[in-house]
Design a binder for this molecule. Sequence first.
Ligand code: SF4
Length: 365
Amino acid sequence: MSKNYGVYIHIPFCRSKCGYCAFVSLTDMSLRQAYVDVLLREIESCPESGSDVDTVYIGGGTPSCLYDGAISSVLKKVYSTFKVDRNAEITVECNPESATQTFADECKSSGVNRISIGLQSASDSILRSIGRVHDRARFISALGILGSRFDNISSDIILGLPEQTVSDIETAVKIISDNCTHASVYALTVENGTPLYRSGYTPDDDLIAEFYDRACDLLYAHGFERYEVSNFARSGKQSRHNNKYWACEPYIGFGVAAHGYDGNDIRYGHTDDVHEYLSAPLRKTVCLSDKDRYNEYVMLRLRTECGIDRNAFCGRFGYDFIDRNATILKKMEKDGLIICNGETVRISPKYVFVMNGIIEELMLD
Ligand code: SF4
């Protein structure tokens, strides 16, 4: 297991609230300065101070809607608190409407080397209907600004939005393929409590599967490879930070709703309430049982193209994954659900999008 930590920092502010969004974010910008002040203090006083770090991810929310100088002060604090590898991957998320030249310049001069920008759909009417602030033209002009400073840009598409057609997926993938090195392609989840949920909208699973297959085909044709069920990258451009999550490696979370993990049996989270965080930025710790650790590892590894490596599993858990599950793995292999070469177990490509049922059979009750 890597001895380096990843660092995740949550910025809970957005210009407006999207109709499907269940993330923790506020549209009241008056708390931004107070939030950053508390964040800086939380980073400075964390128990992992002085540790090695090789990925930093500032996400949200919309980090690009902070005030000028905020990203730079947060990153300065990270650099002075941890031993950050000189080749660390430093990602900042943004949205098109706030991806300005000033933002791009500030990120660049603060050591950021990877940008993630939300597209979601290439159709202006869909974007409007889900409450996004940007339109397609604004997204493309933001890519022009970011592309002048960064050569590693990720973007994302949501599958199953209201009124979405395969032609929207094709246009979105084309824009991303022409301008980005990484793509995240997610199925829409209609979360309880969101305006989309209250509207009674239910995505069509068959349509989502069709969209996913089309997105995969186009991304492959443009030189992207899938490395996790929802994530595709050009060679050498996988998200090193997200790979830590899927390998159950350690990461430190700062900010409201942020989670951290020691890489073994301790997880922690912060409150989802911004006001509570501002008055007490505390971690709530949970100790994982052996069953929790096993289930998390199996679930996260099987989402990736590499799957479960026999030696890595044995090093972590002290027993053999393939021997332990020999009967069910043989049956799954015979049914074409998994590919097992004796050293690794992974989901067959044609079942990747419907993998949950397969994974559940391998998890402990
Ligand atoms: S921009 Fe992202 S975090 Fe903000 S409201 Fe929309 S989906 Fe949620």
